[in-house]
Ligand binder design. Sequence first.
Ligand code: C2O
Ligand code: CU
Ligand code: CU
Length: 481
Amino acid sequence: MLRQKLAQLRQRLLAAIGLGILATAIILVADYLFNDDPAVRIPADRPATRLLAIPPLLEPTDEDGVARYHLDLHAASHNFLPDRATPTFAYNQTSILGPTLRLRQGDRIAIDVTNHLDEDTTTHWHGADLPAAADGGAHSLIHPGQTWTAEFDVIQEAATLWYHPHVKYHTAEQVYRGAAGLMIIDDDNPSARSLPSTYGVDDIPLILQDKDFTKTSELDFTLTNYGKGYYYPTLTANGTIDPYLSVPAGLVRLRLLNGSQARLYHFSLDAGKTMTKIASEGGYLNRPLELERLTLSPGDRAEIVVDLSDVDRLVLLDDSFGRVLELRADPTLVAVTTPLPDRLNDIERIDPSEVDRSREFVFDSVGKGWGINGKQMEMARIDDTIRFGDTERWTLQSVSGWHVFHVHQTQFQVLSRNGQPPEPADRGWEDTIFFKNRDKIEILARFDTYANPEIPYMLHCHILDHEDTGMMSQFEIVKDL
Ligand code: C2O
Ligand code: CU
Ligand code: CU
């Protein structure tokens, strides 16, 4: 109530004073005072209480060389707390989230998605390079009771991707209620062979979402049209609150996904230990990168390796929540102890001299919500038309607020951030990138895999409050311009 009143008050102030420096200052102060992070810290001085849930692997059936998967999105019920059933959304037999799809580069895939909810949904394969008709964007509605099929070839390298609904105005809520899952792509990269890769044993998926609960244990959803989006107080990892997991006493890979509506995570390890980042969103980095801290913005993934060979336990921490996951070394499990390879990938840098065309995307508040280049998302409007085969340079800029740029279909490279070349951690393939007020980012992308003059792809802010209040636009890739 208080928060809503303050939000209204702030909006009225805005209207009265206009978009001046004064109003901006008031918003900043109000945000700081009243919309601060409500995160409930998990006390680290007692052991974690619940076993981490691992999303099951979804097995395909083989149909004439096509690997066929089935997903059923339905209303479910999940016990976040013992004896308290919370209504959720889930795919297949899970009580929240969905099974992990494991695809191989070179495979032909068909995924049938049936919608058992009583509202429209779509299923978007975030990070996947596939035809527009299979992308599952806002145009590919699956009405209640209907089944939609995405059919495509897996043409990209090994990576950790994810799937989630993409319905205009309702993405945030469906994802928040639990409609999300991982999609892992494997390939024959020989340097990756020695990495920990036993799913659920030393290769652990970790879908992080923050939640809030009503007194009757329902999920309490809020969508804002101002500020940095809505932060909830309770952290869940794969739907588990305060999790632990027993793992081998060696190297352990974590596939981290920020599946939250708006919140950023700032990860570190306890006892001053370092982690090693091995993959960004679109695949392996060229070399393993030792890090003390790792930030993930909404939609972002990273694969890290942590080492439990000389400790009994290791705690993954977040600045706001404290403990994220307690890993307990179990010496009876078979451990990977081979050192990480020096080289993991051979990413060819896109050369700026290849650029055929440049575009600018300005992120700002528009009307009662957010927009790109002064416009809010319109289903009937194609904002950009790209020539098939082109390499493009896009400049991303925020006039107000923090944003997470995300583009469908392609993986891009960062050319510069505020005039500086990218940090080593930003030198991999990416499909989202975080930037702050007044930041200016240049990215390079190739659009040479699929064209379709009828169905557009989306680009948008992955802070879902922003996406659902207009910060999204559409582009198509065409062969004849
Ligand atoms: Cu993860 Cu357009 O979305
Ligand atoms: Cu996407
Ligand atoms: Cu945004």
